[in-house]
Design a protein around this ligand. Structure first.
Ligand code: ADQ
Length: 762
């Protein structure tokens, strides 16, 4: 169905174009991503956008003709990248910066501004191609670390597009990720997607922590809230296309190779290792461990053979060329030390082997040895298990591969531990047959159940719900329409319900630093000076602070501590919204908060007249968020049966009267007013939602900044909110005499607030 097209976007197309003599030729692209995804993409009839691996050169017409035929026949759409850009983007930022960094090897990372600029440029070219080909309803599935900026670049141009991102490699701890000067841009780039998925929960967890520490965004288990939308997070381990391996395994050609090898009279026990020649794959470490096995257990001399298949990759990068040399030397050393005229301990195939040959190699090996120092998943482990179907080969698997999270029946090794690895191989070679069969059968069941098509289905299901649910969080950042503001400006009778912190001024690290800006003060003055405009400032702050900052502004209502007490603009008297103002409870609750303040350096307690708050904006973010949830749970128990509540807000946990509520405070003030013709409420956090909820539907409710909201409109920050208030404060036809005294009198005499107040508050 054309409205449900799938568009796969990856650095490479499944085929690459190569010059062979005078002609252009197609060859398969190497690596795990293409291996897992290409068959699925074909089944789903997906379009595929990627680099074809060759740039315009001699015989451009021939190259174009081949690319056009790919597009026509296979839905492969090539992105052209000039050669010097490829070098800086692909060899440079993607593989010399992101690859080692995301694998957790900061010592191998190259930081270079030039390559970053190229990365941005290349990502922009991919995004342009996506936008150019986009049809409404398309699902865009972006793959891997080469294209981290693409989701956001596409989102900016196609706000409604459905975009998913899958990271095939690990995500490192926040401490390591933070090394990147471009860390913020990269996270924002990824968060342009509706769904960001990882290979394991551990990677997802590290990502959440980076989002918290770098962007200051608290995340749910599986969600990042961006305000106007949210991004779903998921851990979806990739699988292999088991069916393809089964088919090859059953083929006559492969079966005859397998038979011949098994029946050979001088058959050795064999260990298979298959890797891209990459320094994360632990090839030298494996060769050293194998040498150790031969040194410590001579009984294996002449009886066991390690077949190391390694396909060279990224050889223009010096690190990779160096690795190639190291591996060749080590193979030479091990063979030099132990080989005999009849026995070669290590067979080294430094090339790409055909799928049929690979299948036979996996099927006939007694042990599959997968030893990466770190790996997103590692498909070789799963391929070995699939090719051992009905047999009893043993998988030895590094605990640092994503696959280790799933494949619990493998023998686990720490690839850095030479002795431990040698022992594990000995154990695998000597394991009794029934145990081997049991383990293999359990592994095969897992690999089959979570194969690549199941993985893709799960991703696309998650993407569908993410795109549907992610937009529910309220209005976009566009603010109210002009006509509405015009009507508001001209209305005869108006009311403004304004929050202060985060709404009129930006949140500051310490509450005392968030002093009113001249712009905020000016607009408050202008609005409150208008005789037919009622302006109330409804804040969580203590009355002493509100009085100090705003006490002298004529005509302004003040409500402190979320409406616990209210001051009218004429008599300037504070009255409680509700009776029973007792602050004795603070004696019992304060020590609990103090205990948490001690545990989180940088956090502090704010003492209000009728409330207590624990602020953790300056504390280490993850510790702060963790302690906040613990504190809320503890306070819930401590406060049960009282009229106090513990609420968590933005980097704060507050204890206050449950009945204190900005919405009720506004209604109490409103009772004494004529019905306003225009009404605006402004707020940035949960306590303002009470206000939005209580006001009539016709009120212009405006949320400042991110977060789910019931407000009708949203603006990004206090500056934008003030700009709107400024428009509404513009000169307007003067109407009706001043009404504030009537309202104040009513509140003082018969209104809700005063009737409950008694005379406790002067
Ligand atoms: P890779 O780093 O490429 O993939 P891996 O998952 O092991 O790592 O996939 C390698 C693929 O290449 C396998 O399908 C293997 O059969 C094939 N291969 C390797 N050497 C070969 C050779 N000499 N000849 C022929 N084929 C060879 C990245 C991440 C992984 C993640 C995958 C998929 O680094 O962690 O598992 O993506 O998400």
């Amino acid at each position: 169905m054309s409205s449900q097209r799938l568009v796969v976007v990856a650095n490479r197309l499944p085929l690459r174009i190569r010059r062979s003599g005078a002609a252009w030729q197609a060859a398969p692209s190497p690596g795990g991503l293409v291996a897992a995804l290409a068959p699925i993409a074909a089944d789903l009839d997906a379009q595929w956008i990627g680099w074809a691996g060759a740039n315009p050169g001699p015989d451009e017409a021939g190259r174009r003709a081949l690319l056009d035929s790919w597009e026509r026949d296979r839905g492969f759409i090539a992105v052209d990248l000039p050669a010097d850009l490829v070098e800086r983007y692909y060899d440079g930022y993607a593989n010399s910066t992101l690859w080692p960094l995301l694998h957790g090897f900061p010592g191998r990372v190259r930081l270079d501004r030039e390559t970053w600029l190229a990365y941005r440029d290349a990502n922009q070219r991919f995004a342009d191609r996506i936008v150019e080909r986009y049809q409404p309803g398309d699902r865009i599935w972006v793959h891997d670390y080469h294209l981290a900026l693409v989701p956001q670049l596409v989102r900016e141009r196609l706000p409604d597009a459905t975009i998913g991102f899958f990271l095939h490699i690990p995500f490192p701890s926040a401490e390591i990720f933070k090394i990147l000067p471009e860390r913020e841009r990269l996270l924002r780039g990824l968060l342009g997607a509706d769904l960001v998925a990882f290979q394991t929960h551990a990677h997802l967890h590290d990502f959440r922590r980076a989002v918290l520490e770098i962007l200051g965004l608290e995340t749910g288990m599986d969600r990042v809230d961006l305000g106007d939308r949210s991004v779903a997070l998921a851990a979806l381990p990739i699988g292999i296309v088991v069916g393809e391996w089964e088919r090859r395994l059953a083929s006559r050609k492969v079966q005859s190779v397998i038979r011949a090898r098994r029946e050979a009279p001088d058959r050795l026990r064999t260990i298979i290792a298959v890797d891209r020649l990459d320094d994360t794959k632990g090839i030298p470490e494996r060769l050293r461990a194998f040498r150790q096995l031969l040194r410590t257990r001579p009984e294996w001399h002449g009886r066991v053979q390690l077949v190391q298949v390694a396909v060279p990759s990224r050889e223009r990068i010096p690190r990779y060329a160096e690795l190639r040399r190291t591996v060749s030397e080590l193979v030479g050393e091990v063979n030099g030390e132990f080989a005999t005229a009849d026995w070669n301990p290590v067979v080294y195939l430094r090339r790409s082997v055909e799928p049929a040959e690979l299948t036979a190699l996996y099927a006939t090996a007694d042990v599959g040895w997968v030893a990466p120092l770190r790996d997103g998943m590692n498909l070789v482990a799963k391929e070995y298990v699939a090719c051992q179907a009905g047999e009893s080969g043993v998988l030895v698997l590094s605990e640092f591969a994503g696959a280790a999270q799933e494949l619990g029946e493998a023998i686990r090794v720490n690839p850095y531990d030479v002795d431990g690895s040698a022992d594990a191989i000995h154990r695998a070679l000597t394991m009794p047959e029934p145990e081997r069969r049991d383990r293999e059968a359990a592994l095969l069941a897992r690999v089959t159940r979570n194969d690549a098509p199941a993985w893709a289905r799960r991703f696309l299901d998650e993407l569908r719900s993410a795109a549907r649910d992610g937009r529910r969080d309220g209005p976009p950042n566009a603010g109210p329409p002009s006509e509405l503001l015009e009507r508001g400006r001209a209305a005869a009778e108006r009311a403004f319900w304004l929050d202060y912190d985060g709404s009129l001024v930006a949140i500051a690290p310490r509450p005392a630093d968030a002093v009113p800006t001249p712009a905020a003060l000016a607009v408050l003055r202008r609005l409150a000076a208008d005789p037919s405009t009622h302006v109330a400032l409804l804040s969580g702050r203590a009355r002493s602070e509100l009085e100090r900052w705003f006490g002298e502004i004529p005509g302004l209502w003040l409500a402190a501590e979320h409406g616990v007490v209210i001051r009218d603009p004429i008599g300037r008297e504070w009255r409680p919204l509700h009776g029973g103002l007792d602050a004795q409870w603070k004696v019992a609750v304060r020590p609990t908060l103090e205990h948490f303040a001690d545990r989180a350096p940088g956090s502090s307690i704010e003492e209000k007249e009728f409330g207590l708050a624990w602020h953790y904006r300056l504390a280490e973010p993850e510790l702060g968020a963790f302690l906040a949830s613990e504190l809320v749970a503890l306070l819930h128990r401590q406060l049960a049966g009282t009229d106090l509540v513990a609420l968590s807000g933005r980097k704060v946990v507050e204890v206050r009267f449950g009945w204190a509520n900005k919405g009720d405070a506004a209604l109490a003030i409103r009772e004494g007013m004529p019905e306003p013709e225009f009404e605006l409420a402004l707020g940035d956090d949960r306590t303002d939602e009470d206000l939005f909820e209580r006001l009539p539907e016709t009120a212009l409710t405006l949320r400042v900044g991110s977060g789910p909201t019931r407000a009708r409109y949203r603006v990004p920050d206090p500056a934008a909110a003030i700009a709107i208030l400024d428009r509404l404060a513009e000169t307007r036809p003067s109407v009706k005499p001043m009404r504030v005294p009537d309202v104040a009198r009513q509140l003082a005499g018969s209104g809700a607030a005063a009737s409950r107040s008694g005379s406790r508050w002067p």
